[in-house]
Design a protein around this ligand. Sequence first.
Ligand SMILES: [Zn+2]
Ligand SMILES: [Zn+2]
Length: 115
Amino acid sequence: MPTRYALRMNCPVKGCSGANRVASGWVCSKDKDTMYIDEDGYLSCQTMAHRAQIVYWKFDCGQRGSGSNHNYERYQSADLEGFTHALSIGMAHLNEGGAVWLCKLITNIEKQYKG
Ligand SMILES: [Zn+2]
Ligand SMILES: [Zn+2]
């Protein structure tokens, strides 16, 4: 079984200026519970009712108005660059999971986007 940690990162949507979820973490839009990330490259909510590969997930950081990409469609996909960039900024998961965990995660994310 993969090890999952609460998802803490900037908004991964390309060009989005929203960074207001860094500290508070992300919540499932349906269950309003905490989102987790595991080294297999899956995002899941607390109850595991929703679990999918990152490539299929859509994000809304709550940012609205000028400088927001969520104005027209709230939930946006993240591209590989945006997601790995967002992950690397906080580095919270490096502390929790360690370098091996993070390395595995990045490898699996790349596979999703390139495979
Ligand atoms: Zn859920
Ligand atoms: Zn955003």
